[in-house]
Design a protein around this ligand. Structure first.
Ligand SMILES: C[S@@+](CC[C@H](N)C(=O)[O-])C[C@H]1O[C@@H](n2cnc3c(N)ncnc32)[C@H](O)[C@@H]1O
Length: 341
């Protein structure tokens, strides 16, 4: 999934810096996993991975891919290809009332709602698929693996039919061509590293005390909180029918505000991260336009590292901006690596 601050273009650099400074890594924790692309990359390097994000849909993306080493068998369900089944399922067949369709009622233009996030048909499909996955789990027809595998497929499919320019903080006032496509789930790609990988959905501080070979931290770097930009994916993932407000139908997110997004808390947050980390190495992704200055971040890393172990790397990077990644001279993506003890 395309994700603000996603590190798709940085994976090779990340791997190279790890090879150069650490060599073989047995275990890693990715404490701000976002799209889970870096966790997946670590898994492909043979590391045992722990993945974490305090957004539930990010947890779902990790749990349904990184957390699995094979496609769930879906034996009890008795449906050979659940993805194809869900793609073809209608509301009538599923026996779901329109009044119970939360996404349809709140994010597609009908009745009292004039929000234009989805065409009506796709909004209903999201509701039908999401409710059916939940029902299968409640009835014991699928286990956790199958549940998160199917949810991850749904979360990945939604952006392809959403009437947005990349994030859900606003919808377009005309229908983008993409929205006329029918929502279609694809099989999540599962890679096996034959290790017991774990996924968490907690504040990163709860993981600092655990000992891994490497802690990878890719925190937000500016004041844009993640939840408002992805509120609909969070609601599809949780399907908790939250109270929503405003033009965009936002859910509240008091517990999901990040101290990395505020000028007056970001330095303390970085310091706590580096100071309280019990993993052997720390690798931080940041950039030269971050809320915390490079000098301040370097000083924190230097202060808590084994002498001589701290290094900083810098790369030209293409900025993610709405639909079009645009080259912005001057923006540098950075990696900070240090040995903690
Ligand atoms: C820059 S993004 C990570 C991008 C990810 N590396 C990728 O390539 O897709 C930062 C992530 O940190 C998460 N986050 C911010 N503050 C957090 C906190 N206190 N605890 C856990 N996750 C947090 C956000 O939800 C967001 O997904």
């Amino acid at each position: 999934m395309r994700f603000i601050g996603g590190k798709n273009l940085m994976l090779e650099h990340i791997n190279e810096v790890i090879r150069e400074n650490i060599g073989t890594v047995g275990s890693v924790v990715d404490i701000f996993s976002g799209s889970a692309i870096v966790s997946d990359n670590f898994k492909r390097q043979g590391m045992q991975v722990a993945s974490n994000d305090f957004l539930y849909f990010c947890y779902v993306l990790a749990r349904g891919t990184v957390g699995l080493n094979r496609k769930p068998p879906f034996r009890k369900l008795g449906i050979e290809d659940p993805i194809a089944y869900l793609n073809g399922l209608t509301r009538e067949e599923a026996g779901i009332d329109l009044d119970d369709c939360f996404i349809y009622r709140n994010y597609s233009p009908n009745g009292d709602c004039n929000r234009m996030y989805f065409q009506n048909g796709n909004a209903i499909k999201i509701d039908v698929i999401r409710q059916t996955i939940e029902k299968w789990r409640t009835e014991g027809l699928i286990g956790d693996g199958g549940y998160y595998y199917l949810l991850a497929a749904l979360i990945n499919a939604v952006p392809y039919v959403a009437n947005i320019t990349g994030v859900y903080a606003a919808y377009l006032k005309f229908w983008d061509a993409r929205t006329y496509n029918e929502l279609k789930l694809e099989e999540p790609v599962i890679y096996s590293n034959r290790r017991r990988n774990q996924c968490f959905c907690v504040d990163y501080r709860r993981l600092l005390g655990r000992e891994y070979d490497l802690l990878y931290a890719d925190p937000p770097y500016n004041s844009r909180e993640y939840l408002p930009n992805y509120h609909i994916l969070e609601t599809v993932a949780r399907y908790d029918r939250p109270e929503i407000y405003g033009v965009t139908g936002m859910r509240s997110y008091e517990d999901q505000k990040s101290e990395f997004c505020r000028k007056n808390t970001v330095a303390g947050a970085f310091e706590q991260l580096v100071r309280d980390c019990r993993s052997r190495y720390i690798l931080i992704s940041y950039n030269n336009e971050g809320l915390l200055s490079q000098d301040a971040l370097s000083e924190i890393c230097e202060r808590y590292s084994v002498p001589g172990s701290f290094k900083k790397y810098e790369y030209d990077y293409r900025r993610y901006k709405n639909k079009i990644p645009n080259d912005r001279a001057g923006l540098k993506e950075q990696l900070y690596i240090l040995r903690r003890h």
